[in-house]
Design a protein around this ligand. Structure first.
Ligand SMILES: Nc1ncnc2c1ncn2[C@@H]1O[C@H](COP(=O)(O)OP(=O)(O)OP(=O)(O)O)[C@@H](O)[C@H]1O
Ligand SMILES: Cc1ncc(CO)c(N)n1
Length: 268
């Protein structure tokens, strides 16, 4: 089995962050590991508090893993602060980590700043150049490029601009546009559209975390980036289609729908 690491924040309600990442890894048949960067008190209705983990213990978590275990791929999610980002970048370089998927998490669906705005430029400068693929949503791509994005053509232009900042590929997610949920993948030579019809549900908590972890799991298992993204898009679409009415607000997606269906474990 391949070992895949998530470096991200904890979501107490289990639908996003570390919890979504580990569930996604489990659903993909890879062995999941975690470095926790921050602890959030959040549920389906909002984020209420954040406790950042110190850069020193983040470094120690990374040392503990990389000193001992072969890591096939790494997903990076919520990274909170300038010093958090710097220590992660330094350690990943020190250990020669490969197959790094960067989800540049900035603001939660409920509007909470999970990344200190003062650290946005640090994320761009330190993490994007390490990425095999970066997966911004539209608001994040607007912050990274300084351009407004309202059409598929704008998405393609922004993906090209982001590629210039150092990642090997860019997946710009279209979940925040109206109409179909079409994502744009650009690898420096070709761009591809990944369309899916928009599913009518309020339960989309953690969609971005789940998609980026699925990409990391697929790359870790040896798929080329384009195939990893295509399979991950199919996975997130099924997970949204069968999303769960957990809590009173924006519920989580179903990370195990296909597995449970095959095993006859679905509740009717
Ligand atoms: N209603 C929907 N129907 C179908 N696909 C969707 C829907 N909403 C989002 N998606 C897809 O889900 C994936 C995640 O995209 P999204 O833009 O929601 O990420 P995000 O904003 O980073 O999520 P998060 O809230 O976790 O930060 C993309 O492939 C997007 O196209
Ligand atoms: C910890 C965490 N990471 C990422 C997200 C995605 O928005 C979230 N809501 N919480």
């Amino acid at each position: 089995m391949k070992n895949v690491l998530t470096i991200a924040g904890s979501d107490s309600s289990g639908g996003a962050g570390i919890q979504a990442d580990l569930k996604t890894f489990a659903a993909h048949g890879v062995y999941g590991m975690s470095v926790i960067t921050a602890i959030t008190a959040q549920n389906t209705q909002g984020v209420f508090a954040v406790q950042d983990v110190t850069p020193a213990i983040i470094a120690q978590q990374l040392d503990a893993i990389f000193d001992d275990i072969e890591v096939a791929a790494v997903k990076i999610g919520m990274v909170s602060q300038v010093e958090t980002i710097k220590v992660i970048a330094a350690k990943l370089k020190e250990y020669g980590a490969k197959n790094i998927v960067v989800d540049p998490v900035m603001i939660s669906k409920s509007g909470y700043h999970l990344l200190n705005p003062a650290a946005e430029s640090t994320l761009v400068a330190y993490l994007l150049p390490l990425a095999a693929i970066v997966t911004p949503n539209i608001p994040e791509a607007e912050v990274i490029t300084g351009q407004s994005i309202t059409t598929l053509a704008d998405m393609e232009t922004a993906a090209r601009a982001i590629l210039g900042l150092g990642p090997q590929s860019v997946l710009l997610k279209g979940g925040h546009l109206n109409g179909d949920a079409t994502d744009v993948l650009f690898d420096g030579s070709q761009s591809a559209y990944l369309p899916s019809r928009r599913i009518s549900t309020k339960n989309t908590h953690g969609t971005g975390c789940t998609l980026s972890s699925a990409i990391a799991a697929n790359i870790g298992r040896g798929l080329p980036v384009a195939a990893a993204v295509k399979a991950a898009k199919e996975y997130i679409t099924t997970a949204i289609e069968h999303s769960l009415s957990v809590g009173k607000g924006v519920g989580p997606t179903h990370h195990f729908y296909s597995l449970y269906k095959q095993a006859g474990m679905l509740e009717e």
